[in-house]
Design a protein around this ligand. Structure first.
Ligand code: BDR
Ligand code: CA
Length: 329
């Protein structure tokens, strides 16, 4: 049987703060690169789940593990002030389930790496309209690129964001989702400056996408001796434990692969349903900073600035994720 294989490869810049679910998203993307369906032009790292120097090293170690060390990695400003609260209680002290000591070393050097904002500007200017930004951490780097080079975000083909929450409780405060809470002003810059081509995968849908230990076992069975297989099994073990401790999965042994939903949108859009909306971010509130607002009133509104995911076929999405991950080893 011959299968129709599309000839157009998505060119992607991944902005990330690895993070257990960031790691799953990166590995999913690399499996698509391996299958000839995507090009990963750069990885830019940002402070979020763990500090900026750690997210940089994590990204480099993950690329090394998967055999993609040649992909450039950009760094965030390691001296920039960030909220005191990070997400080590979910992702481990090193962001990757305390497993970085078991991974091959970072091959990218922080001291000489390009700044993330510069790399974003370079990649978008080199191929206007052709590079999609997948942003799965706080939006600090995207806003910095826009400040440095006003209008640059308009050169992205699309900006696909994991972040925000609209109709369910937040995961960092009662009202806010972690990525937008971490740097709400940056998120507002992105929504203001790029009035179309923004796609949001909020907590409302990602809270249903539960990756289970048996899925990791299925992937590992495809190449049991590959170091990536062991890493995946250990990472999932760790993430499932913290998810249960912090009641992220309604007591179901699993963890939420929030960030992977961005790739489902790009490569398996049939697994998601979207609403066009005008989205704003609360940047001031004492209790509500980082809250995302979507106006559902039956009155005329300003022109919409985003597509917001509202439904997900979690089972179908996870089935596709497992099938692709099985190919990365
Ligand atoms: C988001 O916050 C981070 O902890 C995860 O990596 C994900 O990007 C979910 O709210
Ligand atoms: Ca993340």
């Amino acid at each position: 049987m011959s299968m129709f294989v599309p000839t157009h490869r998505r060119r992607i810049l991944l902005d990330t703060d690895p993070g257990g679910d960031d790691a799953i998203a990166l590995l999913w993307l690399l499996s698509l690169v391996k299958q000839g369906l995507a090009d990963l032009v750069a990885v830019t790292t940002v402070a979020g789940n763990v500090p900026a120097h750690q997210t940089f090293n994590n990204a480099s170690q993950l690329l090394h593990l998967a055999g993609y060390s040649q992909i450039p990695v950009g760094r965030a400003n390691v001296d920039a002030p960030t909220p005191a609260h990070q997400a080590t209680y979910i992702h481990g002290a090193d962001g990757l389930g305390n497993l970085t000591a078991t991974l091959p070393p970072a091959t990218h050097v922080l001291a000489t790496a390009p700044m993330a904002a510069d790399l974003i500007i370079d990649c978008l200017s080199a191929a206007p309209g052709e590079v999609t930004i997948v942003a799965i951490g706080p939006l600090t780097n995207l806003a910095a690129a826009e400040h440095q080079s006003p209008g640059i975000l308009k050169l992205a083909q699309e900006i696909v964001i994991m972040g925000g929450v609209f109709s369910c409780p937040g995961n960092i405060t009662a009202q806010a989702e972690f990525n937008l809470w971490f740097d709400p002003a940056a998120a507002q810059v992105v929504f203001d400056r790029r009035r179309d081509g923004v796609v949001i995968l909020p907590l409302d849908v990602t809270q249903h996408v539960r990756f289970k230990p048996e899925m990791a076992q299925q992937v590992a069975a495809a190449a049991p001796t590959h170091p990536l297989a062991q890493f995946l099994l250990n990472l999932v073990d760790f993430m499932v434990q913290t998810a249960l401790t912090y009641r992220a999965t309604a007591g179901i042994p699993s963890f939420l692969v929030h960030d992977a939903t961005t790739l489902a949108y790009l490569f398996y859009p049939e697994t998601l349903g979207f609403q066009r909306a005008w989205v704003q971010v609360e940047t001031q509130g004492e209790w509500t900073s980082g809250e995302t607002l979507l106006d559902q009133r039956a009155i005329a509104k300003p022109p919409p600035n985003a597509w917001v995911a509202r439904q997900v076929d979690a089972e179908g999405l996870l089935m596709r994720l497992v099938a692709d991950l099985s190919q990365v080893c």
